[in-house]
Design a protein around this ligand. Structure first.
Ligand SMILES: [Zn+2]
Length: 338
C-alpha cells in the first residue's frame, strides 16, 4: 500500500496591532492530496460568522418558478422520443427533463421536490433518493441511445454562491463522451496507482483512514464517509462505495446510504450558519480503477455584502484554500451521522 500524507507547515510572523505590537506567529499548512498530488492550503483564521440569513423576501419574490409544481410539467423541455418516449421521468416528487440551457452533450435537470425552497436542515433522505433514482434512469436511457456518453456528473448547485440562479432545489445531470479535467485527473492517478500497487486506491484509502480514525466519519454497508486529507473546498465531506464506478449499478440500500449521509452533512452545515453548497458525483462507466466518488463542499453563505470564497488563490493559482482542519471537521460532523 502506498498512501502518503505529505504536508508543509509555515509560520507567518509579524508585530500585531491587536496584540500591543507584540510579535505573533500565524500558522498555515499546505497538504498534498495522496492521489492527485494537488496542493490544498489550510488557513487557520476565519472571518466572524454573521448568523442565519432570512430567506423570506427572496422566497416571496421568486415563488411560482418554472420548477414549482404548477409549471414543471407545462414549461420544461421534453427528452427526445428515442431516449425517453414519455418525455420526462418522474419518481416520487422528483421530475427529470432536459436542461433548457445545457452545458454538455447531454444536460438534464432534476427538480427534487415540490417545495420552492428548503433550508439545509429541511432536506430529507427521500428527496435525494427520488432524485438519484431519476438520475439513474436518465443515465441508463441516454447510454442505451449513446453508449459513448459514459462520463457523468450528478451535481447540485445550491443558491447563488453555489452558482444557481434558481432557488428551487434541483440537480444537474451532465453526460459527455469525454471526461472533465477532474475526472481525467482521478482516472489517470488511480490507474497509475493500480499499476504500481496492484490494488485499488479507494479501497486502500478507506482502510487507511478507518485505521487512523481522524478523518473517517462513518460507514453504511459498502458506502464509506470521510473527510479528505487535502480537501478541494470548504467543509468538504466525501463518500465512496466499494464495487461501483457509476451511479447506475447501485442497490436501493446504497442509494439510500448516500442520501442519508448528504442530509446529515447539510444538517451540520445548517448548524454552522452555512446555507449554500455544491455536491457532485463522479460517475464513470467501464473504468476498473475508478470508484464512484461523491464530494460535498460548503460555499460562502448568502448574506448582505456576500464575500466570494474563490480568490486569486483558486482562480489564478489553482490552489484551493479552506479554513478548518479536516480532522476538526471530522470530529464535529461525526455525531450527525450516528
Ligand atoms: Zn419553485
Amino acid at each position: 500500500m502506498e498512501i502518503k500524507f505529505e504536508r508543509y507547515f509555515f509560520q507567518s510572523e509579524f508585530l500585531s496591532p491587536v496584540n500591543g505590537f507584540d510579535s505573533v506567529s500565524v500558522p498555515t499548512e499546505v497538504r498534498i492530496d495522496p492521489l492527485t498530488k494537488r496542493r490544498s492550503r489550510i488557513i487557520t483564521w476565519a472571518l466572524p460568522d454573521k448568523g442565519k440569513f432570512d430567506f423570506s423576501k427572496m422566497i416571496e419574490e421568486s415563488k411560482g418558478c418554472i420548477f414549482c409544481p404548477e409549471n414543471v410539467l407545462l414549461k420544461t423541455p421534453l427528452f427526445l422520443k428515442e431516449i425517453v418516449p414519455e418525455g420526462r421521468i418522474s419518481i416520487g416528487n422528483a421530475v427529470g427533463f432536459p436542461n433548457l440551457f445545457p452545458a454538455g452533450a447531454y444536460g438534464s435537470v432534476i427538480v427534487l421536490c415540490k417545495e420552492h425552497f428548503l433550508n439545509l436542515h429541511e432536506f430529507t433522505p427521500e428527496v435525494y433518493e427520488d432524485g438519484f433514482k431519476v438520475a439513474v434512469e436518465i443515465i441508463r436511457k441516454t447510454m442505451a441511445y449513446d453508449p459513448d456518453a459514459r462520463f457523468w456528473q450528478i451535481s447540485q448547485n445550491y443558491l447563488l454562491p453555489g452558482g444557481s440562479s434558481i432557488l428551487h432545489p434541483h440537480l444537474q445531470v451532465i453526460g459527455d463522451p469525454i471526461p472533465t479535467n477532474e475526472m481525467e485527473s482521478l482516472l489517470e492517478a488511480s490507474a497509475s496507482y493500480f499499476q504500481r500497487n496492484q490494488t485499488l486506491f479507494w479501497n486502500d484509502l478507506v482502510r487507511t483512514e478507518e485505521g487512523l480514525g481522524e478523518r473517517y466519519i462513518a460507514t453504511s454497508g459498502k458506502v464509506h464517509w470521510f473527510v479528505s486529507y487535502a480537501p478541494i473546498g470548504f467543509n468538504e465531506v466525501c463518500a465512496t462505495v466499494e464495487g461501483h464506478s457509476s451511479l447506475t449499478t447501485l442497490s436501493q440500500e446504497e442509494i439510500s446510504a448516500f442520501a442519508k449521509g448528504i442530509v446529515s452533512t447539510l444538517k451540520y452545515y445548517y448548524d454552522k450558519n452555512l446555507n449554500s453548497f455544491n455536491l457532485g458525483f463522479y460517475s464513470i462507466t467501464d473504468e476498473d480503477h475508478h470508484q464512484l466518488l461523491l464530494r460535498i463542499i460548503s460555499r460562502s453563505p448568502i448574506q448582505p455584502y456576500y464575500l466570494n470564497d474563490w480568490t486569486s488563490f483558486e482562480v489564478l493559482q489553482s490552489e484551493l484554500t479552506l479554513n478548518i482542519y479536516p480532522e476538526v471537521l471530522c470530529r464535529e460532523i461525526r455525531p450527525y451521522f450516528s
